[in-house]
Write a protein that binds this ligand. Structure first.
Ligand SMILES: NC(=O)CC[C@H](N)C(=O)O
Length: 458
């Protein structure tokens, strides 16, 4: 049974339909003068709340009385404009075409569409390198209201293919906000669309699994051409980590800022040296390790294990990262050469690589886990953690040798969410202990890693 489609969606069935004549010319993103019939009161209230309308000039009440009901306002940026016509198409590999309004960058971009159920944290999601090659569709309909700020970056770049949302907030309001979401994405050359039925797309993804899509603001590209791009593009079997990893080693020392710190147990702060493999590492993993007292050396994805062992680390962390874990055998080899020699901790991609290094297999999930509200059962202590997750692949626990213990399961679908092998001083999680999607339930995993390194010293 297929999902009902809203009437605004076309299906590119065979014979392929000709390009719709109704596509409007994309509007330039530059500052311009608009005519609006919005009541003066409402525009003034936007102006009061948002830097977006700082250049707003509204005619005086008298001019207004003389000039009729039109209000002229200077407008710059990409906030949601109900009067903007759809200037973008998202063409999915199943042949459906979704018309939308663009913001951020323009052009044509291909990627895998995944949905994320987080209510907050869109900036952390945008800067999570594990989204390389993917369009993130936010199921929360209201995005952009807090803008972006310099502190919430999870990496120095946005690697995702683009952002798909229902509503782009008409104003930004947050004490940390320094930029609007639209301006931020435009500067980073990332495409975004809004005014598209994200619920309907999510239902298709849940039913059919993740789909490849092409997003385009270019009228010169026909629907058929975009569909062909989507159908030819592949994400499975592709090494995406080498495109997001650092090029040379560096030292990391930033901790979680005192204002946000929640681990006040100084007894657990140890001066261990941790080498962190950067497969697309999120900064908060490094901050949490630093907050537990670790000195950290971050190394590139292809850094030889022999060089790592020469550094005599107290522990090694294998980070999160984008794409198919079965497509990076060189990283699995590195992991194999390190395990058993020093305590190791794998997070997400790192967990999948450890699973393979231990003799297990990974597989692609139907639509993965992407959100800040995934319940995980910790099988060792019987507790439930509400966790942040972002992965499309998982370790098949049946493929693992008996000495490997499954320590955590995702309670939504019972998939493997954590592993341990005490004889190899090894632990791993499929989700993100460094994330703070509200709860900090999973942060004790860093404490466990510290304990593992401590036990190895004595
Ligand atoms: N966050 C991650 O490390 C993602 C892991 C892997 N790329 C996946 O999608 O399953």
């Amino acid at each position: 049974m297929s999902c009902p489609l809203p009437s605004s969606v076309e299906i590119l069935a065979k014979p392929l339909v000709p390009k719709a004549a109704s596509m409007e010319k994309p509007q330039p993103v530059a500052t311009k003068v608009i005519k609006s019939l919005l009541p003066l009161k409402i525009i003034n209230s936007y102006a009061a709340h948002s830097k977006r309308f700082s250049k707003l000039q509204v005619v005086s009440a008298q001019q207004r009385a003389e000039g009729g009901s039109l209000i002229y306002a200077h407008y710059d940026g990409d906030v949601q404009r109900p009067w903007k016509t759809a200037d973008a198409r998202l063409v999915l590999e199943d042949g459906s075409i979704w018309r939308a309004k663009s913001f951020g960058a323009s052009g044509t971009q291909v990627g895998e569409v995944v949905f994320n159920t987080s209510l907050t944290g869109y900036q952390e999601i945008l800067t999570d390198p594990s989204y390389a090659g993917q369009f993130v569709l936010m199921t929360n309909p209201h995005i952009g209201n807090t803008g972006v700020n310099p502190d919430d970056e999870e990496s120095s770049q946005c690697f995702l293919a683009g952002l798909v949302i229902r509503n782009l907030s008409i104003c930004t309001s947050n004490w940390r906000c320094t930029e609007s979401l639209g301006d931020y994405l435009a500067k980073r050359n990332i495409m975004g669309i809004y005014d598209v039925d994200t619920r309907a797309i999510t239902r298709r993804l849940r039913q059919d699994g993740s789909l490849i899509g092409v997003l385009s603001t270019e009228e010169s590209q026909t629907n058929e051409e975009l569909l062909e791009i989507a159908r030819k593009w592949k994400i499975v079997g592709v090494d995406l980590i080498s495109g997001v990893s650092c090029m040379t080693p560096y030292v990391w020392s930033d901790k979680t800022h005192l204002e946000w710190e929640f681990n006040n147990d100084q007894k657990l702060v140890e001066n261990f040296h941790v080498v962190s493999y950067d497969f697309g590492i999120k900064h908060n993993i490094l901050r949490r390790l630093a907050s537990y007292g670790c000195k950290i050396t971050v190394v590139p994805s292809k850094w030889p294990s022999s060089e790592t062992l020469k550094m005599k680390p107290d522990g090694v962390l294998f980070s999160n990262g984008p794409g198919d874990p079965a497509a990076v055998p060189y990283a699995v080899e590195t992991v194999k050469e390190i395990i058993g020699k020093v305590p190791v901790f794998g997070i997400c991609m790192g967990h999948q690589l450890l699973g393979q290094a231990l003799g297990g297999k990974t597989f692609k999930m139907k639509f993965g886990h992407h959100g800040g509200n995934h319940p995980v059962g910790n099988l060792r202590n019987g507790r439930v953690e509400i966790s942040a997750q972002n992965h499309n692949y998982a370790v098949d626990p049946a493929s693992l040798p008996p000495r490997v213990e499954v320590t955590h399961v995702n309670l939504n679908d019972k998939s493997c969410a954590g592993l341990a092998c005490p004889e190899l001083k090894l632990m791993s999680l499929q989700y993100h202990p460094e994330s703070s999607p509200g709860p900090h339930d999973s942060d004790p995993a860093f404490r466990e890693f510290i304990e593992l390194m401590k036990a190895n010293k004595t």
